[in-house]
Write a protein that binds this ligand. Sequence first.
Ligand SMILES: [Zn+2]
Length: 334
Amino acid sequence: MKKLVFGIDIGGTNTAFGLVDETGEIFGESAISTKSYMRYDDYPRYIEDLAKAMKTLMNGVNFNFELVGIGVGAPNANYYKGTVEIPSNMWKYSEEQVAAGMKEEDRIFHFADDLGKHFAGTPVYITNDANAATIGEMVYGGAKGMKNFIMITLGTGVGSGFVANGEMIYGHDGFAGEFGHVVVERGGRECGCGRKGCLEAYTSANGIKRTAFELLATMNDPSPIREYSFDQLDSAMLSQFAAKGDAIAKECFRLTGQKLGYALADAVTITSPEAIFIFGGLAKAGDLIFDPIKWYMEENMLITFKNKVKVLPSELQNKNAAILGASALVWQAQ
Ligand SMILES: [Zn+2]
């Protein structure tokens, strides 16, 4: 009988899921809203409705199959404990609950157990979205057969996953691989984590825009960027302007690639990867971002590792990477 697994991607707006086979082919996809279950008290109903929607999707498949497992990618997920811990954008306390003394550190959801109850006997694996993308690359993408590589996801945040000796590094507590919060400039830009100078403050979707606006202040060149507000601008527009030769946009990509390239050279000294994969919106800028990343990485590279490490775009870039990554958790655990 054909074997399928569920891949579930929990985002702040939607929860998307699909049934996936071992080759990465998706047999049916669906989604429910995450946003309409934002309160702490909504969580049990969210689990029930998600399970119901998953079963509806299963019933729609017109051949017999065995459900082997369920893989979940979610923010603040702990692979070891099967929990989602203190997520910043969902299942939040009401003002009354806060006033009644309910503590932030107790806002822990036993997601794997809670969802698993609806699928008796089917194992549920959960990890954060960047780790899921990493395992997706390993099972279905360009890292197939690689034992040592690094995955960098450039989006609203900067995520990462480290694979060493063929295994995902989860670390002592399950939260390893927070490369986005490596400090690349002491006392630099304020980061969402409350510290200063993190890589994420320079190379996330907002980070590159912050660079663009700094350059508007320090460079004299005329530029179409000057016509836009911070909220109107995005990295896709910056790559269009750069491709047309706009000096400020080009400088913006050079500086972003420099920050990332220098930081990656440091990461290489720790795990000696065969390759580094880049995933996410900014990676779509192609050579505009890859050229400076590679150049500055090599410039800062310890001689032992010079010209040995490939920097590649993720092969899941234009596929349903979030669902595939989550589903890959199950195949990897087999
Ligand atoms: Zn940070």
